[in-house]
Design a protein around this ligand. Structure first.
Ligand code: NFS
Length: 626
């Protein structure tokens, strides 16, 4: 996507240039700011720089920094999941009638998986599930997280034997991570990395998986649907309300009330209300409500520069402060809604699930007011690029399982296993995470997807990578035969009848918390075929990561035993020891390992060879996958 707005407005790419050169110690993880004797810069790369003032070496400093990043990511996802769990509890207690249980079947499935009686009254089951969820944030429990029961069983057992298991509270995991990494505490890099993996598991289950599970219960489990992507979905004749952030608890209410307030928009001369989605909220709304995917997080400011966004409504995470500067030059109302997330120039509407209807109406009313302001401003013009692209989104785990069951009711995993075995489907790569301006200019994601598709490897995308894939036509079934290698195209064509629709060459599985859906497919494949996850020809890639959340998701993938490709490189290079543990020794610990590669061709080659190595081991072993 080439649109970059007016030249006099500072956008991410400009600010990246201004921030260069970036500090090599920060980039390599060797900058320690944990106490006030420093900041210290430590590295294995240069003699005489191997100790901070307290005596901490590069291994300690790098491992502590990484652990803190993962704890921050886990905190974000766990807090997200907790909010949804609280709404579920309000619903089943009849304290909130705005939200409803929309997927009873999913609720029963989750209850069963958690060992809760899944028969009988839905509110009783819902209460037990909400209690189990909220219990995962309480201190003082024995054992581990309830939601860890959603993990592939064999890998869970394998890690438990190696003493890698989070405590029973996600909050405690985060608090302990902060405590352990304070000055003068845990200094054993190997031990710190074990804690890092545990925090990654806490994210994967009490964050991602719980978040998706409970959102599906309250808002419905997505099934494939077609929507439009790119900035061209903004319509200057309508009240454009962009919903940006992560929580469907807010955005679903905005969608609901926008439909009911169309007449009010028409009264001020608009053609209606156009809700568009940005970043992960975009994915959530696209897959459940067909809302168009306007922009990924790095394009959010570009959406404002079109002059057509009347309200930018934000909740939590990935809301760049650059938006706040930008709205000064535009009529756009930037509306924060979470009491702990505020921006100095924004308007704040405190959104609470208990008053969701009134709050959402107020937000939309402000959007309508801003539209009126826009059209009445003398000489004010809009500049919406004529760019849209059709995209199939919402290829959920449920859809995958149903399609496979339709294809072979006797043995649903068989078509997938056969396709993998024959090599027509060489492997699967979860391409997840963010659009980093450092790598956007090189089309990192697009190049990687092209190369994997050509090699019969199925890319499964989430998060902002989902937006990139949508904008570039990878989610359009029209492109399957053109973009996918012959083997992969055949697999997709063969599944068409069972799927009830044509399948796109790249599968959109949702938002970043919906990486759990990839985890669920992995689990089913592992448990149904008796193959450990650490042997499956599946790789995770975050080819343009930005957020700490992406690092914690990646750590979860490492804990599941997957090779993890990242670009830009994780800040670990100043410690040879930490780098060696993550890129090599981890293979013997979790089965996963880190691949650091920022060149798209080299990254594709390394990912393909990781898949092939697994294929060789897997198919040399007669007991597996047969
Ligand atoms: Ni994921 Fe979603 Fe986007 Fe990156 Fe941010 S929106 S949670 S972190 S930037 S993919």
């Amino acid at each position: 996507m080439s649109y970059s707005g007016d030249e006099d407005q500072s956008l991410p790419y400009d600010r990246l240039e201004e921030s260069r050169p970036q500090c090599p110690f920060g980039t390599g993880g060797g900058c320690c700011r944990i106490c006030h004797m420093g900041p210290c810069r430590v590295t294995d790369e240069k003699q005489g720089m191997d100790r901070g003032v307290c005596g901490a070496g590069p291994g300690t400093v790098v491992a502590r920094n990484l652990y803190r990043q993962v704890a921050a990511g886990a905190a974000s996802h766990a807090d997200h999941a907790r909010e949804v769990a609280e709404v579920l509890r309000e619903v089943v207690n009849k304290d909130n009638t705005t939200y409803k249980i929309r997927d009873e079947q999913k609720l029963r499935t989750i209850a069963k998986d958690l060992g809760i009686n899944a028969e009988g009254d839905i509110d009783t089951i819902g209460k037990a599930v909400a209690d189990a969820a909220l219990n995962d944030f309480e201190e003082g429990n024995e054992g581990t997280l309830n939601w860890l029961q959603r993990m592939p069983k064999e890998q869970r057992q394998y890690l438990t034997e190696k003493d890698i298991q989070p405590t029973a509270s996600a909050d405690m995991e985060v608090a302990r991570a902060m405590h352990r990494t304070t000055q003068g505490n845990d200094a054993d890099s190997r031990h710190l990395l074990q804690g890092t993996l545990e925090a990654g598991l806490a994210d994967g289950y009490a964050g991602l998986t719980m978040g998706t599970d409970l959102q599906d219960i309250l808002f419905g489990t997505p099934m494939p649907t077609t929507t439009e992507a790119n900035l061209g979905v903004l319509n200057p004749d309508q009240v454009n309300i962009a919903v940006h952030g992560h929580s469907p608890v807010l955005s679903e209410m905005v969608v609901k009330h926008a439909q009911q307030m169309e007449q009010e928009a028409k009264k001020v001369g608009a053609d209606g209300i156009n809700i568009v989605g940005i970043c992960c909220t975009g994915n959530e709304l696209a897959q459940r409500d067909d809302i168009p995917l306007a922009a990924h997080s790095t394009q959010a400011e570009m959406a404002v520069t079109t002059g057509s966004v009347d309200a930018m409504v934000v909740d939590v995470q990935c809301i760049w402060p650059g938006l706040d500067d930008l709205i000064e030059c535009h009529h756009t109302k930037l509306i924060t809604t979470t009491d702990f997330v505020q921006l100095p120039e924004a308007e704040h509407v405190s959104f609470n699930p208990e008053t969701a209807d009134a709050d959402a109406q107020e937000i939309i009313k402000r959007g309508i007011d801003a539209y009126q302001d826009r059209v009445e401003r003398p000489g004010y013009t809009t500049d919406v690029p004529d760019q849209t692209q059709q995209a199939v989104v919402g290829v959920s785990d449920k859809f995958v399982f149903e399609t496979l069951a339709n294809a072979n009711p006797e043995d649903p995993t068989q078509p997938l296993v056969e396709a993998i075995k024959s090599g027509q489907l060489r492997g699967i790569v979860g391409i997840v995470g963010c659009p980093n301006p450092k790598l956007r200019t090189a089309d990192m994601t697009e190049n990687l997807i092209d190369e994997l598709l050509a090699e019969d490897i199925l890319p499964v995308v989430t998060g902002c990578i989902g937006h990139i894939a949508a904008q570039e036509g990878y989610l359009d079934p029209k492109n399957t035969d053109k973009m996918a290698g012959d083997g992969l195209a055949t697999v997709l064509d063969n599944l068409e009848e069972a799927a009830g629709a044509e399948l796109p060459p790249v599968w959109h599985m949702g938002s970043c918390v919906d990486n759990s859906r990839i985890g669920n497919v992995l689990r089913t494949l592992s448990e149904e075929t008796g193959t450990p996850t650490r042997q499956l020809p599946v790789v995770a890639s975050a080819p343009e990561l930005i957020a700490e959340k992406a690092v914690s998701i990646g750590t979860w993938a490492l804990a599941l035993g997957l090779p993890l490709h990242v670009a830009p490189e994780l800040p670990v290079n100043h410690s040879d020891e930490v780098t060696k543990i993550l890129t090599e020794e981890l293979k013997e610990i979790t089965g996963g390992y880190l691949i650091q590669e920022s060149d798209p061709d080299a990254a594709a080659n390394e990912i393909i060879s990781a898949i092939d190595q697994r294929r060789e081991v897997l198919f040399a072993s007669p007991a597996r996958g047969d």
